[in-house]
Ligand binder design. Structure first.
Ligand SMILES: [Zn+2]
Length: 276
Protein backbone atom coordinates (compact mmCIF):
# COMPACT_ATOMS: atom_id res chain seq x y z
CA UNK A 1 0.00 0.00 0.00
CA UNK A 2 1.37 3.41 -0.91
CA UNK A 3 1.31 6.29 1.50
CA UNK A 4 0.20 9.73 0.39
CA UNK A 5 1.90 12.54 2.24
CA UNK A 6 -0.72 15.23 2.17
CA UNK A 7 0.45 18.78 2.56
CA UNK A 8 -1.45 20.26 5.47
CA UNK A 9 -3.73 23.04 4.20
CA UNK A 10 -3.35 26.39 5.95
CA UNK A 11 -6.49 28.29 6.92
CA UNK A 12 -5.93 31.96 6.09
CA UNK A 13 -9.44 32.98 7.01
CA UNK A 14 -13.12 32.33 6.62
CA UNK A 15 -16.01 34.09 4.97
CA UNK A 16 -19.25 33.53 6.84
CA UNK A 17 -22.42 34.15 4.86
CA UNK A 18 -25.66 34.22 6.83
CA UNK A 19 -29.12 34.70 5.37
CA UNK A 20 -32.82 34.06 5.79
CA UNK A 21 -34.40 31.51 3.48
CA UNK A 22 -38.01 32.33 2.64
CA UNK A 23 -40.29 29.59 1.34
CA UNK A 24 -42.00 31.44 -1.51
CA UNK A 25 -44.06 28.35 -2.34
CA UNK A 26 -44.65 25.26 -0.19
CA UNK A 27 -41.39 23.49 0.58
CA UNK A 28 -40.89 19.76 0.72
CA UNK A 29 -37.65 18.21 1.82
CA UNK A 30 -38.23 14.54 2.50
CA UNK A 31 -37.40 12.68 5.68
CA UNK A 32 -37.56 9.01 6.54
CA UNK A 33 -40.97 7.44 5.93
CA UNK A 34 -42.78 5.80 8.81
CA UNK A 35 -40.97 7.77 11.51
CA UNK A 36 -44.21 8.22 13.40
CA UNK A 37 -45.07 4.53 13.16
CA UNK A 38 -48.88 4.12 13.13
CA UNK A 39 -50.66 6.38 10.67
CA UNK A 40 -47.38 7.61 9.23
CA UNK A 41 -47.35 9.45 5.93
CA UNK A 42 -45.75 7.81 2.91
CA UNK A 43 -43.34 10.68 2.49
CA UNK A 44 -43.04 13.01 5.46
CA UNK A 45 -40.89 16.14 5.54
CA UNK A 46 -37.64 16.06 7.47
CA UNK A 47 -38.06 17.22 11.06
CA UNK A 48 -35.83 17.91 14.01
CA UNK A 49 -36.13 14.85 16.20
CA UNK A 50 -36.32 16.85 19.45
CA UNK A 51 -38.66 19.71 18.50
CA UNK A 52 -40.63 18.07 15.70
CA UNK A 53 -40.06 21.21 13.64
CA UNK A 54 -39.20 20.96 9.94
CA UNK A 55 -35.76 22.26 8.98
CA UNK A 56 -33.58 22.51 5.88
CA UNK A 57 -30.68 20.04 6.14
CA UNK A 58 -27.37 21.64 5.22
CA UNK A 59 -26.63 18.59 3.06
CA UNK A 60 -29.78 19.23 0.95
CA UNK A 61 -28.93 22.89 0.49
CA UNK A 62 -25.29 22.18 -0.33
CA UNK A 63 -26.16 19.32 -2.69
CA UNK A 64 -28.55 21.52 -4.65
CA UNK A 65 -26.04 24.38 -4.86
CA UNK A 66 -23.43 21.92 -6.13
CA UNK A 67 -25.64 20.34 -8.72
CA UNK A 68 -26.66 23.75 -10.12
CA UNK A 69 -23.02 24.87 -10.18
CA UNK A 70 -22.07 21.71 -12.10
CA UNK A 71 -24.82 22.31 -14.61
CA UNK A 72 -24.10 26.01 -15.25
CA UNK A 73 -20.46 25.03 -15.88
CA UNK A 74 -21.55 22.21 -18.18
CA UNK A 75 -19.57 19.58 -16.27
CA UNK A 76 -20.17 15.93 -17.01
CA UNK A 77 -21.36 13.76 -14.14
CA UNK A 78 -18.94 10.88 -13.62
CA UNK A 79 -19.52 9.86 -10.01
CA UNK A 80 -22.37 8.09 -8.32
CA UNK A 81 -23.23 8.25 -4.64
CA UNK A 82 -26.39 6.24 -3.95
CA UNK A 83 -28.81 7.56 -6.56
CA UNK A 84 -27.14 10.91 -7.04
CA UNK A 85 -24.85 11.56 -10.00
CA UNK A 86 -22.09 14.12 -9.48
CA UNK A 87 -19.17 15.66 -11.26
CA UNK A 88 -15.93 14.88 -9.40
CA UNK A 89 -12.45 15.83 -10.64
CA UNK A 90 -10.64 12.50 -10.46
CA UNK A 91 -7.31 13.37 -12.07
CA UNK A 92 -4.39 11.00 -12.01
CA UNK A 93 -3.33 10.49 -8.45
CA UNK A 94 0.14 9.25 -9.33
CA UNK A 95 0.93 12.19 -11.57
CA UNK A 96 1.15 15.92 -11.09
CA UNK A 97 -1.16 16.65 -8.18
CA UNK A 98 -4.31 18.69 -8.66
CA UNK A 99 -4.24 19.04 -12.45
CA UNK A 100 -7.77 19.96 -13.47
CA UNK A 101 -8.99 20.29 -9.91
CA UNK A 102 -7.40 23.71 -9.38
CA UNK A 103 -9.24 25.13 -12.37
CA UNK A 104 -12.55 23.42 -11.62
CA UNK A 105 -15.28 25.86 -10.55
CA UNK A 106 -17.02 23.19 -8.47
CA UNK A 107 -14.73 20.63 -6.77
CA UNK A 108 -12.52 22.97 -4.67
CA UNK A 109 -15.66 24.69 -3.37
CA UNK A 110 -17.94 21.71 -2.73
CA UNK A 111 -15.33 19.01 -2.16
CA UNK A 112 -14.14 15.69 -3.59
CA UNK A 113 -13.91 12.26 -1.94
CA UNK A 114 -10.80 12.23 0.26
CA UNK A 115 -8.79 9.77 -1.81
CA UNK A 116 -9.02 11.68 -5.11
CA UNK A 117 -6.41 14.35 -4.43
CA UNK A 118 -3.69 14.43 -1.80
CA UNK A 119 -4.48 17.97 -0.71
CA UNK A 120 -8.00 19.02 -1.57
CA UNK A 121 -9.84 20.58 1.34
CA UNK A 122 -13.52 21.43 0.92
CA UNK A 123 -14.02 25.19 1.11
CA UNK A 124 -17.73 25.25 1.78
CA UNK A 125 -19.57 24.12 4.90
CA UNK A 126 -23.35 24.49 4.97
CA UNK A 127 -25.18 24.21 8.30
CA UNK A 128 -28.70 22.95 8.92
CA UNK A 129 -31.25 25.78 8.81
CA UNK A 130 -34.01 25.87 11.46
CA UNK A 131 -37.41 27.55 11.22
CA UNK A 132 -37.34 31.01 12.81
CA UNK A 133 -39.14 31.33 16.14
CA UNK A 134 -41.58 33.72 14.50
CA UNK A 135 -42.44 31.15 11.82
CA UNK A 136 -42.84 28.46 14.47
CA UNK A 137 -45.37 30.68 16.26
CA UNK A 138 -47.23 31.63 13.07
CA UNK A 139 -47.51 27.99 11.97
CA UNK A 140 -48.71 26.98 15.45
CA UNK A 141 -51.46 29.57 15.35
CA UNK A 142 -52.42 28.67 11.78
CA UNK A 143 -53.45 25.14 12.90
CA UNK A 144 -51.94 23.43 9.90
CA UNK A 145 -52.96 19.88 8.86
CA UNK A 146 -50.00 18.40 10.71
CA UNK A 147 -47.77 20.27 13.17
CA UNK A 148 -46.07 23.02 11.11
CA UNK A 149 -46.99 21.46 7.75
CA UNK A 150 -49.80 21.28 5.22
CA UNK A 151 -51.01 18.29 3.25
CA UNK A 152 -51.40 18.95 -0.44
CA UNK A 153 -53.45 16.43 -2.38
CA UNK A 154 -52.19 15.69 -5.83
CA UNK A 155 -53.52 13.41 -8.52
CA UNK A 156 -50.94 10.86 -9.53
CA UNK A 157 -51.80 9.03 -12.74
CA UNK A 158 -51.57 5.25 -12.63
CA UNK A 159 -49.64 4.47 -15.81
CA UNK A 160 -51.36 1.13 -16.36
CA UNK A 161 -55.00 1.98 -15.72
CA UNK A 162 -54.79 5.77 -16.39
CA UNK A 163 -56.82 6.22 -13.23
CA UNK A 164 -56.14 9.27 -11.09
CA UNK A 165 -54.83 8.15 -7.73
CA UNK A 166 -54.88 10.75 -4.97
CA UNK A 167 -51.54 11.22 -3.28
CA UNK A 168 -50.59 13.17 -0.19
CA UNK A 169 -47.68 15.55 -0.29
CA UNK A 170 -46.58 17.06 2.99
CA UNK A 171 -45.07 20.54 2.72
CA UNK A 172 -43.97 23.43 4.86
CA UNK A 173 -46.44 26.18 3.87
CA UNK A 174 -45.45 29.16 1.72
CA UNK A 175 -44.34 32.12 3.80
CA UNK A 176 -42.33 30.10 6.31
CA UNK A 177 -38.89 31.55 7.05
CA UNK A 178 -35.82 29.50 7.91
CA UNK A 179 -32.86 31.23 9.56
CA UNK A 180 -30.07 31.61 10.12
CA UNK A 181 -28.73 29.85 7.05
CA UNK A 182 -25.00 29.76 7.64
CA UNK A 183 -22.55 29.04 4.83
CA UNK A 184 -18.90 29.07 5.82
CA UNK A 185 -16.33 29.45 3.06
CA UNK A 186 -12.69 28.87 4.01
CA UNK A 187 -9.78 30.64 2.32
CA UNK A 188 -6.87 28.22 1.82
CA UNK A 189 -5.11 30.01 -1.01
CA UNK A 190 -5.27 33.21 -3.03
CA UNK A 191 -7.43 31.63 -5.75
CA UNK A 192 -10.20 31.02 -3.24
CA UNK A 193 -11.34 34.65 -3.40
CA UNK A 194 -12.39 34.14 -7.00
CA UNK A 195 -13.87 30.74 -6.12
CA UNK A 196 -16.28 32.57 -3.83
CA UNK A 197 -18.05 33.67 -7.02
CA UNK A 198 -19.23 30.08 -7.51
CA UNK A 199 -21.18 30.29 -4.26
CA UNK A 200 -22.74 33.68 -5.03
CA UNK A 201 -23.82 32.46 -8.46
CA UNK A 202 -25.22 29.22 -7.02
CA UNK A 203 -27.51 31.11 -4.63
CA UNK A 204 -28.99 33.02 -7.54
CA UNK A 205 -29.36 29.82 -9.57
CA UNK A 206 -31.22 28.21 -6.69
CA UNK A 207 -33.72 31.07 -6.49
CA UNK A 208 -34.61 30.39 -10.11
CA UNK A 209 -34.78 26.64 -9.47
CA UNK A 210 -36.19 24.84 -6.44
CA UNK A 211 -35.16 23.25 -3.18
CA UNK A 212 -36.41 19.81 -2.15
CA UNK A 213 -38.79 17.79 -4.28
CA UNK A 214 -41.86 18.32 -6.49
CA UNK A 215 -40.22 21.44 -7.90
CA UNK A 216 -41.64 20.93 -11.38
CA UNK A 217 -45.10 20.92 -9.79
CA UNK A 218 -44.67 24.16 -7.91
CA UNK A 219 -42.96 23.30 -4.63
CA UNK A 220 -39.63 24.55 -3.37
CA UNK A 221 -39.25 28.12 -4.63
CA UNK A 222 -37.07 29.93 -2.11
CA UNK A 223 -35.62 33.42 -1.74
CA UNK A 224 -32.54 34.50 0.19
CA UNK A 225 -33.02 37.69 2.24
CA UNK A 226 -30.89 39.80 4.57
CA UNK A 227 -27.57 38.33 3.54
CA UNK A 228 -24.60 39.27 5.70
CA UNK A 229 -20.98 38.57 4.80
CA UNK A 230 -18.46 38.49 7.63
CA UNK A 231 -14.75 38.36 6.81
CA UNK A 232 -12.71 36.52 9.42
CA UNK A 233 -8.97 36.70 8.91
CA UNK A 234 -6.71 34.43 10.89
CA UNK A 235 -5.75 37.32 13.16
CA UNK A 236 -9.40 38.22 13.75
CA UNK A 237 -10.02 35.00 15.66
CA UNK A 238 -8.46 36.77 18.63
CA UNK A 239 -10.87 39.71 18.33
CA UNK A 240 -14.42 40.19 19.62
CA UNK A 241 -17.09 39.21 17.10
CA UNK A 242 -18.55 42.75 17.07
CA UNK A 243 -15.43 44.23 15.49
CA UNK A 244 -15.36 41.94 12.47
CA UNK A 245 -15.75 43.52 9.03
CA UNK A 246 -19.24 42.94 7.64
CA UNK A 247 -21.30 43.75 4.59
CA UNK A 248 -25.06 43.40 4.28
CA UNK A 249 -27.23 42.79 1.21
CA UNK A 250 -31.02 42.74 0.94
CA UNK A 251 -31.05 39.95 -1.66
CA UNK A 252 -28.65 37.66 -3.47
CA UNK A 253 -29.27 39.69 -6.64
CA UNK A 254 -27.80 42.67 -4.82
CA UNK A 255 -24.84 40.61 -3.62
CA UNK A 256 -24.22 39.32 -7.13
CA UNK A 257 -24.29 42.83 -8.61
CA UNK A 258 -21.45 43.80 -6.26
CA UNK A 259 -19.48 40.57 -6.55
CA UNK A 260 -16.34 42.12 -8.12
CA UNK A 261 -16.16 44.64 -5.32
CA UNK A 262 -16.83 41.93 -2.71
CA UNK A 263 -14.01 39.72 -4.01
CA UNK A 264 -11.58 42.67 -3.76
CA UNK A 265 -12.84 43.54 -0.30
CA UNK A 266 -12.33 39.94 0.88
CA UNK A 267 -8.76 39.99 -0.48
CA UNK A 268 -8.07 43.05 1.64
CA UNK A 269 -9.70 41.64 4.77
CA UNK A 270 -8.07 38.20 4.64
CA UNK A 271 -4.31 38.36 3.98
CA UNK A 272 -2.92 35.23 2.30
CA UNK A 273 0.80 34.59 2.66
CA UNK A 274 2.71 35.00 -0.56
CA UNK A 275 0.01 36.90 -2.43
CA UNK A 276 0.19 40.43 -0.99
ZN1 LIG B 1 -14.20 19.24 -10.69
Amino acid sequence: MSTVHARQATIYGRVVLTAEIHAVTGLRIGGAAGGLAIGALDNPVVRDILTGQPYIPGSSLKGKLRSLSERIAGLETNWRINNVYLHICTGDRGRQANAGYDDCPVCPVFGVPGDQYPSAPTRLVVRDVPLTEESVERLRRARTDLPFTEIKWEAAIDRVTSAAVPRQVERVPAGAVFAPAELVFTIYDSRDFDRFRTLARALQLLEDDYLGSYGSRGSGKVAFRDLVLTAKSRASYDKPEAELPRRAFASCGELLREIDDIVNWLRQQIPVKGSE
